[in-house]
Every structure is written in C-alpha cells, then in structure tokens.
Design a protein around this ligand. Structure first.
Ligand code: ZN
Length: 470
C-alpha cells in the first residue's frame, strides 16, 4: 500500500546510494568518453598589466572584457624586460630554449665579436622562441609592414591566427602577436585596448564556430611598456663616459682595455662585454651616466649593483630547500631595499640578515623595481651569451643605435614608449585565463607563470625541445 519509502529510512538510504552509484558510473563513462578541452595560448607582446586591468575592471559591468576569465595577474617579467629574454624565461620550464643574446644583435663569446641584427642573419642565427608558436612572426618583413598600421594589420593577423586555430586539429595551439609591441612603441599602450576588444570578440566567435570542440584560453604578455614623453638616448653619453675612463669601444673583444657595446633596438636596458678585470670599473663608469638607473655584474661570489643611489653586493644561498638573499650595501641603497629589510627583520621573516626569496617577491612585485634580486641574477642566466655588465635605464631615457631600421620604423616623431628596464611599468605583463580550477594570484614570477597550464618538460640545461605530444 505504501508506494513511497521514507526518505530517512535505512532502505531509503540504500536506494539513494544505489542511484548515486549509478549516476557516478554514468558520469565516469561520459567523462572517459569526452575529449579533454583544447587549450589556446595567446601571447600579446609588450602589453602592460595596467591595460589588462583597465579593460577587465569589474566596475565596468557589462562593458568589462573577457567575462568569465580569472585575472588579470601581474606577470613579473625578466630583466631585461624584453622578448628574447622574457619568453624563454616564461616558457623555459615547458621546454623553450634560451636566445643567444638579449636582442637580435648581440655579442658572441665564442667568436669574440658582435653578431646578428641584419635581415640575412635573422634566418641564420637561431632564436628558438621565434619557432615556438604555431602562429607567430615570419621573418623581419612582416614586422616592417606592421609598423605602418600596427593596430589594423595586427588585429587582422590575430583574426587569421584564430581562424587557423578553429580549423586546426591540435589539442594545444600557440599564437604570438608582435604587432602589440610595435603599436605600444609607436602609439602607446592605449592602442592595446583595441586589440583586447577585438580579441574578446574573436574568442566568443571561435567558441560559436566550434560548439563540439570546447577550448579554454590562456592570454599573457611577456613584459610591459613604459614612457609617455620623448625618450632621450643614452648610447652616446655611455660610450663617451667609457672613453673618458680609458676604455676603447669596439666590436671585437681583443685588447685588454676594450669594451664591446651592442646598440640595436630602442630599449631601456643595455649591456657591455669586456674582460673580467674591467667589469667593476665599467659598471661604476656606466652607472654615473645621466639617465642610467643602475648597472650590475657577477662577482666570483654574488653580484654587485652600482647606481647613483649607491653600491651593494647581493648574495644568494639555499638552506632548508629555500632560497635566501643577503643585500649588503657598501654605501647608499641602490635597490631601495633597506626599509623593506628593516620591516622583514622586525616581522621576524629575515634571519640574521638573510631574506627568504618568497618574502622578497611578495614584498616587491608591485614596487618601483619589482623582484629586483631574482631578476638581476637571472639576467646573467637567461641568454647563452650573458653580458659582463648589464644596465637598466631610468624613466625618460632609452638606449639604442642612433641609425637602425628599428629607428626608421619609429620614424613618425620621437619614440615615447619602450621597455627593457627593471622598472614596474616596463616589467609587469599580465596573464588571464578561464582554465577550470585555476585561481588567479595577485602576481606571478615569470618562470612560474605557465606551470599551472602545461606539463613541465624535462630539460637538460634547458637544451631539449618541447615535447610535441603536449
Ligand atoms: Zn616583447
């Protein structure tokens, strides 16, 4: 007579249990049958964190772009904050190999001379990051055309890339946009908002075009962009200062008093190559040049930072599976870290002057010079031909060849925007994603950024190629 069992009765529980079990089995079968989502990675060169934050601001309501995405996260780039260093820094943990130099024109230690930077060498000298992407930059010609109308042509290329992704069978697809870098340099990072608006639409369209092949997306930039006013080139004053200190500036490193400079693009970092015994004096000389913010070099043990703000030694050690830093000013406070050190001492975070790496990152990811210790040290590790001395240029300044094709590209008036320096705006790129289960932190270091989205690839000193099965 009773047609329904009591819900809380023991038999009832058993029935519900069975139903749950059956439901679970069905779910498992469906899951096993369902293909994993495709994953789309989009790298927009040189788009600053601030621009991503502006367009995704929840206060914009319906007008906010990339609804359903988490982030943006501050992606703390490498030093120099430029592509040939930053992309291997970000993608190295998943198999991207190092570039030979900081820029296309670089000093080759094996040959003892300056190489690269021309149209022919572009094909001859390998920069592995250029081959990483399914859709990226194809030769120098493309970038010259893009320089005329970087926003229009860049968005068009991005659309072609998205169409290729929709048509492709690949589980994982990588797109790289160089036009955002050019647009940032010749117009301003404001121009990046046009790319974002177009990309937001393209992602929605791609989803509509492939309803039975769902995909998730990771969008990121390799570094930011800094400027606003016409930038002053410090190349000639730097060269002059070296000569005044008794050095000879050449393209080959032979005689003892020679320093090699490699001006190329118009960026806010630069490097000097010289014999080890000259490093200290070269760094001290360059750090006094107006517009140079700081210079750094490797010591037998540790690193030295020279600046008009002072001079300090940086030491690193590993203890209890953690990395620790010691910042020891000789005079002044070149990295403006003394106040933070005092706070860390007070809070009991520091141990006898040694600062834990994670605390240094957390305390400085939004500072004037974000994450300075880790980034300065890695400036000597993230290219196969590291500098003897590397310098960061201050706000309002740049460094580069006075007459290059790069300058010709930026020919419509003086350059106002660039990157390469250690400072916040040049450094902070962004990352946002709709990958399920990922929670956006406030900031992420370059070599941690991509790990939540990709299996790591075992590398032998970073020398192994990406596993194509991924
Ligand atoms: Zn870049």
């Amino acid at each position: 007579m009773r047609r329904y069992r009591r819900r809380d009765g023991p038999e009832g529980k058993g029935a519900i249990g069975l139903i749950l079990l059956a439901a679970l089995l069905v779910a498992t079968v469906v899951l096993a049958d369902e293909k994993p989502k495709r994953r789309l990675f989009i790298s927009l060169d040189a788009v600053p964190y601030q621009v991503a934050e502006d367009v995704m601001d929840p206060a914009l309501g319906d007008e906010a772009l990339f609804q359903g995405f988490k982030g943006p996260v501050r992606l703390v780039s490498t030093f120099p904050s430029s592509t040939s260093v930053a992309l291997p820094g970000i993608l190295g943990p998943i198999g991207l190999r190092l570039s030979p130099g900081y820029e296309a024109r670089f000093f080759d230690w094996n040959e003892g001379k300056v190489r690269g930077g021309g149209a022919v060498s572009y094909r001859k000298i390998e920069f592995p990051w250029r081959e990483w992407f399914d859709w990226g930059r194809k030769g120098v010609a493309g970038s010259a055309i893009e320089a005329v109308k970087p926003v229009k042509s860049g968005i068009k290329r991005l659309r072609n890339a998205m169409d290729d992704f929709v048509r492709s069978d690949k589980d994982e697809f990588w797109i790289y946009s160089a036009a955002t870098d050019i647009a940032g340099h010749v117009i301003s990072p404001e121009a990046h908002k046009d790319f974002f608006r177009a990309l937001d639409e393209m992602i929605l369209e791609a989803r509509q075009a492939s309803p039975d092949r769902p995909f998730d997306v990771v969008v990121f930039s390799d570094h930011g962009m800094e400027g606003g006013d016409p930038l002053i080139n410090v190349f000639k004053p730097a060269k002059k200062a070296l000569k005044a200190s008794g050095f000879r500036v050449k393209k080959k490193l032979k005689a003892p008093q020679v320093v090699v400079l490699t001006p190329f693009g118009l960026v806010s970092n630069f490097e000097a190559y010289t014999h080890d015994e000259n490093k200290a004096r070269v760094a001290e000389t360059l750090a006094t040049v107006e517009g140079v913010d700081l210079c750094a070099y490797e010591l037998e043990e540790g690193w030295r930072v020279e600046s008009h703000r002072g001079s300090a030694t940086l030491l690193q050690k590993e203890l209890e599976d953690r990395v620790w830093w010691s910042y020891q000013p000789h005079h002044g406070d070149p990295l403006e870290f003394l106040d933070l050190m005092a706070t860390m001492e007070q809070e009991g975070v520091a141990r006898q002057g040694w600062l834990p790496d994670e605390a240094c990152f957390e305390a400085t990811f939004d500072a004037e010079n974000p994450d300075p210790f880790y980034r300065i040290v890695h400036a000597f590790e993230l290219v196969t031909n590291p500098a003897s001395v590397i310098c960061s240029v201050g706000r309002g300044y740049m460094y580069g060849a006075p007459h290059t094709s790069v300058l010709a590209q930026f020919g419509k008036g003086r350059l106002r925007w660039t990157h390469g320096a250690l400072n916040r705006e040049a450094t902070l790129g962004f990352l946002f994603s709709d990958v399920e289960g990922w929670d956006a932190p406030k900031a992420v270091r370059f070599d941690q950024a991509i790990l939540p989205f990709h299996a790591t690839v075992e590398t032998e000193a970073g020398a192994e190629a990406q596993d194509p099965s991924w």
